[in-house]
Ligand binder design. Structure first.
Ligand code: NAD
Length: 404
C-alpha cells in the first residue's frame, strides 16, 4: 500500500465488509487464501532474503531458519490441520437437559490489527497474520518502519494476494500506529516494547476487544556449579549472538558460580572467536539510535571480539566479564550483542536479584542436577524455560509461546 495516500479507516471498512461476507471465510476459502500466500512466498523467497539483508544485514542462513522456514512451516502446519482444529468440540449435557446436545464452536473475532517489531520483521508480522486469517478474521498488518525493505515486501505480498477485504498492510511509523488504535478493531495482536504495548492494551480496553501483548524483558541464564562449562558456553554463544543479539528470548545476561567464572569466560571468548572470526556472519544493529544506545552499555573492561564498523552499524560481540547488578547494561533489556557475566556465591540473593527484573520471557538453567534446576524453575516465574540449552522452547511449534 502506498503510505502517502493510504487511509487506515477506509482499509478498516473494507476489511469489515470482507468479514461480514461469510462466504469469504468458509474453511475452503481460508485454506485457499493461505495456499495462495504460500505460493507467493515460495516464488519471492529471494526478494525476502535481500530485504532482510538490507534491513538487518541478516546472513542467508539466519534469514532462512528464523524467518522464511519458520513462517512457511507454520503455514503448512495450519493448512494441514485447519479442518480438524475448526471442528466444533462436543461437550456433555446434564441429564436433566436430556434429550440435548452441547458443543463449543470456534469463531473468529472479526477485524484484527497485528502490529510487529523490526527484529524478525517477517516472522513476527506473518506468524500472527497467518493464525488470524486461518481463524477467519480479516487482518490489518502494521509492520515496523525500522525494517522498511521488509515492510515494503509485505505490502507487495498483500497487493499480489489481492484480497483487500481479507488482508491489508499499512506502512508508516508511530503516527500511523496511533491512527490505527482509534479504529474499533475486534482483536489486537501486538509484539514489541512494553512502553508501546501499554498503548495497545489501553486501546483494546477502550474498544472492549481482546488483545495479545508479546513483550520483551531480561532473560537470564543461570549456571549451577556442576554445569559443563565448554558445552554451556558454546550453546549460549550460538543463540545469544544470532541476529546480533536482537532476539526477545536471547539470554540477556549470565549468572555463574564464582568457582566457574574464569573458565566460563575463557570458553565464551574461545567460542566467540571461533564463531565470528570477522563480522560477516553477524547481523547488524537496526538503526543509529540503537547503535548509540548499545555503545553506552559497553564498559571499559569489556572484551571485544573483533572491530566495530559504525558506518555499517556492525557492533562486534562484547563480553562484560566482571559485570555487577548495578552496571548500565543491567538496568534494562540489552537487545544487542553484549553479554554481561555476573559471578555469584549466594544463590538466594541471586534469585532475588533476577526476580527484581520482573518475569522474563525465557529462563535458561544449566545443571546436571534436576532437583536444583526444577527448584529455580518453580521460584522464578517465566514465559518459558529451557534446561541445558537456549531458545529451543520458543522454536518448537508444539509448545506455547509468550510471557507469563
Ligand atoms: P516498538 O514498540 O518500538 O514497535 C513495535 C510496533 O509498534 C512497530 O510497528 C511500531 O511502529 C509500532 N508503534 C511504535 N510507537 C507506536 C505508537 N505510539 N502507537 C502505535 N504504534 C506504535 O518495539 P520494537 O523496538 O520494534 O521491538 C523491540 C521490543 O520488542 C523488545 O523489547 C523485544 O524484546 C520485544 N519483542 C518481543 C517479542 C515477543 O515475542 N515477546 C518478539 C520480538 C520482540
Amino acid at each position: 500500500m502506498n503510505k502517502d495516500n493510504y487511509d487506515p479507516r477506509k482499509g478498516f471498512e473494507a476489511l469489515r465488509r470482507g468479514f461480514e461476507n461469510r462466504e469469504g471465510r468458509t474453511l475452503e476459502a481460508r485454506v485457499a487464501l493461505l495456499e495462495a500466500l504460500d505460493r507467493i512466498l515460495t516464488k519471492r523467497e529471494q526478494d525476502l532474503e535481500s530485504a532482510l539483508r538490507r534491513d538487518l544485514g541478516k546472513p542467508p542462513i539466519e534469514s532462512y531458519l528464523s524467518e522464511t522456514y519458520f513462517v512457511r512451516n507454520e503455514l503448512r502446519l495450519i493448512c494441514k490441520n485447519l479442518a480438524r482444529w475448526s471442528k466444533p468440540k462436543r461437550r456433555r449435557s446434564p441429564f436433566f437437559f436430556q434429550p440435548a446436545s452441547s458443543w463449543v464452536s470456534r469463531e473468529p473475532f472479526g477485524v484484527s490489527l497485528v502490529a510487529a517489531p523490526w527484529n524478525y520483521p517477517f516472522q513476527l508480522s506473518m506468524s500472527p497474520v497467518i493464525g488470524s486469517l486461518a481463524a477467519g478474521n480479516s487482518v490489518m498488518l502494521k509492520p515496523s518502519e525500522l525494517a522498511p525493505a521488509t515492510a515494503n515486501f509485505l505490502a507487495e505480498v498483500a497487493h499480489e494476494l489481492d484480497s483487500p477485504e481479507r488482508f491489508q498492510v499499512v506502512l508508516g511509523g508511530p503516527e500511523v500506529g496511533s491512527a490505527c488504535l482509534e479504529l474499533p478493531f475486534d482483536h489486537f495482536f501486538y509484539t514489541g516494547s512494553e512502553r508501546v504495548g501499554r498503548l495497545y492494551g489501553e486501546a483494546a480496553a477502550r474498544h472492549l476487544s481482546p488483545s495479545v501483548l508479546e513483550l520483551g524483558g531480561k532473560c537470564p541464564a543461570i549456571l549451577h556449579h556442576d554445569a559443563p562449562v565448554a558445552e554451556t558456553a558454546k550453546r549460549i554463544v550460538r543463540q545469544k549472538f544470532f541476529n546480533a543479539g536482537q532476539t526477545c528470548m536471547a539470554p540477556d545476561y549470565v549468572v555463574v558460580p564464582e568457582q566457574l567464572h574464569e573458565s566460563f569466560v575463557n570458553k565464551l571468548t574461545d567460542h566467540l572467536r571461533e564463531s565470528y572470526p570477522d563480522l560477516t556472519d553477524l547481523g547488524r544493529i537496526v538503526s543509529h539510535e540503537h547503535y548509540t544506545r548499545l555503545e553506552t552499555l559497553i564498559e571499559e573492561e569489556a572484551k571485544s571480539i573483533g572491530q566495530d564498523e559504525p558506518e555499517g552499524l556492525q557492533l562486534a560481540p562484547r563480553l562484560l566479564p566482571n559485570a555487577g547488578w548495578d552496571i548500565p547494561a543491567m538496568q534494562g533489556e540489552i537487545f544487542g550483542p553484549i553479554l554481561p557475566v555476573i559471578s555469584y556465591t549466594d544463590l538466594s540473593d541471586t534469585i532475588a536479584r533476577v526476580k527484581s527484573h520482573g518475569s522474563p520471557l525465557a529462563l535458561y538453567l544449566f545443571s546436571r542436577d534436576r532437583a536444583w534446576a526444577e527448584g529455580i524453575a518453580a521460584e522464578v516465574p517465566s514465559g518459558g524455560i529451557c534446561f541445558n540449552d537456549v531458545m529451543k522452547q520458543g522454536i518448537n511449534l508444539d509448545l506455547p509461546f509468550g510471557g507469563v
